[in-house]
Design a protein around this ligand. Structure first.
Ligand SMILES: Nc1ncnc2c1ncn2[C@@H]1O[C@H](COP(=O)(O)OP(=O)(O)OP(=O)(O)O)[C@@H](O)[C@H]1O
Length: 323
């Protein structure tokens, strides 16, 4: 918790006590838990199901990329996690906060204190007439107690800490227009992190950058994750992403469909290799979505034969002879 952060309110303490008393269940200790999340938009009396029962668990301290085709629901999910939009049904919890049960006041506090957000458009993240240091300090100044004794010194110390962590100390007095796109996004990450949020959400943070600069932004996001302790969720189209994060979750038609986990394996000689494995999601009712390329390769459609083997479940094309 940053020095400028207000003491927890009675409501915060009550919520924490109730959460602690809850039996540990689905994703009980996770930073983010979405359970059968649904978001339906209605435009011109036409309903669009942007999220169709999405399940997602992100552990505390994880660094996750969300990928998927245009229109698959990534931004809808991120806006809900950011407290900018409210789901139609299902449940969503971030750092112990129930996103469907928050009052307007809770939601505002949640956006200020629990989550940080980085937009794709650099202009949306920074105020053009403030310097980098002033932009970073602003969220703390807007908080209560900003004028309490010692607040200014604590604020400066926090700004300096972030500038240093993100390797941009020499840019403290520059204005956004004097920075490159990559430097602007680094500054935006510092702004989002200044209140010490539990979760940092980034919507296409490298969308307007070339690949070398984008690699630097992933580096900054890893720093925030590792050194500042934030759980980080990045929505991206960037094809490089699987090589930049430990876990990549694919969203298809408003549901999580598959994910890739990267693990670093150290052999007996100390040599490191990175292994990647693709998984499909198993929902709470036992449904899995098989990759389309598998279904096509074996001509599977409508119905498959499923058998329990000693250490796996076999899924085979339907055999019309029934043998
Ligand atoms: N405010 C809205 N009103 C109506 N429909 C919406 C609204 N926001 C999103 N949608 C629809 O919901 C679906 C999911 O949109 P979303 O923006 O979440 O997808 P996305 O995966 O982020 O796409 P992209 O990668 O293009 O940003 C789309 O069909 C979109 O048209």
């Amino acid at each position: 918790m940053s020095a400028d952060q207000a003491a927890p309110s009675y409501q915060d303490l009550r919520r924490a006590a109730l959460a602690a008393a809850e039996p540990s269940g689905y994703g009980a200790d996770a930073a983010i838990v979405c359970d059968r999340l649904v978001r339906i938009f209605t435009a011109d009396r036409v309903e669009v199901q942007a999220l169709q029962g999405l399940d997602l668990v992100v552990d505390r301290g994880d660094l996750v990329a969300l990928v998927g085709a245009s229109g698959s629901g990534k931004s809808t999910l991120l806006n809900i996690l950011a407290g900018l939009d409210v789901p139609t049904a299902g449940s969503a919890r971030v750092a112990g906060r129930d996103l469907l049960a928050m009052s307007a006041g809770d939601r505002l506090r949640y956006r200020r204190e629990v989550v940080g957000f980085v937009w794709q458009q650099t202009a949306r993240n920074l105020l053009p007439y403030l310097t980098v240091a002033q932009n970073i300090a602003l969220p703390l100044q807007l908080r209560g107690r900003a004028r309490s004794r010692g607040a200014a010194a604590r604020r400066s110390a926090r700004v300096a800490e972030l500038l240093e962590a993100l390797g941009m100390g020499e840019l403290a007095h520059f204005r956004p227009a004097q920075l490159s796109g990559g430097q602007q996004q680094r500054a935006a990450i510092a702004v989002a992190m200044v209140g010490d949020p539990a979760v940092l959400l980034a919507d296409e943070p490298t969308g307007e950058l070339d690949s070398e600069t984008a690699a630097g932004i992933f580096d900054a996001l890893r720093t925030v994750n590792r050194e500042l302790g934030a759980t980080v969720v990045i929505v991206t189209h960037d094809p490089m992403v699987a090589g930049e994060v430990r876990r990549t979750v694919a969203i298809r038609d408003g549901r999580t469909s598959s994910e890739v986990l990267r693990r670093t394996v150290v052999d007996e000689h100390g040599a490191e290799t990175v292994s990647e494995r693709e998984y499909v999601m198993l929902d709470r009712t036992g449904r899995v979505q098989l990759p389309r390329k598998f279904l096509e390769a074996l001509g599977m459609e409508h119905r498959v034969a499923v058998d329990l083997e000693p250490d796996h479940v076999a899924v085979r094309p339907d055999d019309p002879t029934g043998s």
